[in-house]
Ligand binder design. Structure first.
Ligand SMILES: CC(C)(COP(=O)(O)OP(=O)(O)OC[C@H]1O[C@@H](n2cnc3c(N)ncnc32)[C@H](O)[C@@H]1OP(=O)(O)O)[C@@H](O)C(=O)NCCC(=O)NCCS
Length: 220
């Protein structure tokens, strides 16, 4: 059995990570009717990847069983920001055209997505201006481990690999945004603490009921 950590590549790894994400966040996939929900999850993975500066795929005998994207904020280049903006601007058209299958009220879905992003950005600004926390200069953007391989220390290994990278870059603190479907207990086991809890517009839209999301934080 060969285990390797390699950088993520859209061309080679997007489909499999989209599949892993579909299993991990089934309610997001459930908004797609008459289509391929994986395509929506692939878009989500792509956007998270574009917003990251470091990535790693864990392969076991050539099968991808885990993936992590992290961002070291000062390293995020203007070029990447432009790529994200372009992709985000194309999203309403793609949603309406049915690129991901039929979604009820695609316009509202997009607005709620933007509203969530804005809420998170506002919280980050507030932290920067007012809080006693260490400077948050790193973020875990995406993390998933194949269900079959969970509970064997793989998630921890992936987070540790990113934390090593943040230490090399003299980062102070790392954050991660989690929703109720995400495994926040895992992050608590790794020493992260909850610093924000907010009503998440996109998840509330998807769930059809007010739904909370969280920001977790850990000093490096
Ligand atoms: C989060 C996730 C990647 C964790 O991967 P994993 O390989 O199963 O986790 P590990 O086996 O490395 O667990 C590391 C530690 O967390 C603890 N842990 C993991 N899940 C836990 C849970 N649900 N409750 C309590 N502790 C938990 C483990 O007991 C272990 O503790 P230890 O170091 O003291 O032994 C995996 O659960 C997953 O893919 N979840 C769905 C996607 C998700 O939530 N991603 C995070 C948001 S970006």
């Amino acid at each position: 059995m060969t285990i390797s950590l390699v950088p993520f590549r859209i061309k080679d790894h997007l489909q499999r990570t989209g599949e892993l994400a579909s299993f991990a966040w089934p309610t997001v996939s459930s908004v797609v009717q008459n289509g391929n929900p994986q395509a929506l999850m692939e878009e989500y993975v792509r956007l998270a990847y574009l917003d990251s500066t470091w990535s790693s795929i864990l392969k076991m005998d050539n099968e991808i069983i885990g993936c992590i994207f992290g961002t070291i904020r000062p390293k995020l280049k203007l070029k990447s920001k432009w790529h994200i903006l372009k992709r985000m601007m194309a999203l309403p058209k793609r949603l309406k055209r049915g690129d991901y299958g039929h979604i009820n009220n695609p316009q509202e879905f997009y607005f709620k997505f933007i509203e969530t992003e804005k809420k998170i950005a506002k919280l980050a600004k507030k932290d920067e201006a007012e809080s006693m926390l260490a400077t948050i200069d790193a973020e875990i953007r995406f993390l998933v481990v194949d269900k079959e391989f969970q509970g064997q220390g793989i998630g921890k290994q992936l987070v540790e690999a990113f934390l090593n990278e943040t230490r090399l870059n003299n980062c102070h603190a790392v954050q991660v945004q989690l929703d109720l479907q995400s495994n926040w207990r895992f992050f608590e086991a790794l020493g992260f603490g909850r610093i924000h809890e907010f009503e998440d517009p996109l998840n509330s839209f998807i769930e059809g009921t007010p739904t909370q999301s969280f920001i977790y934080y850990r000093e490096i």
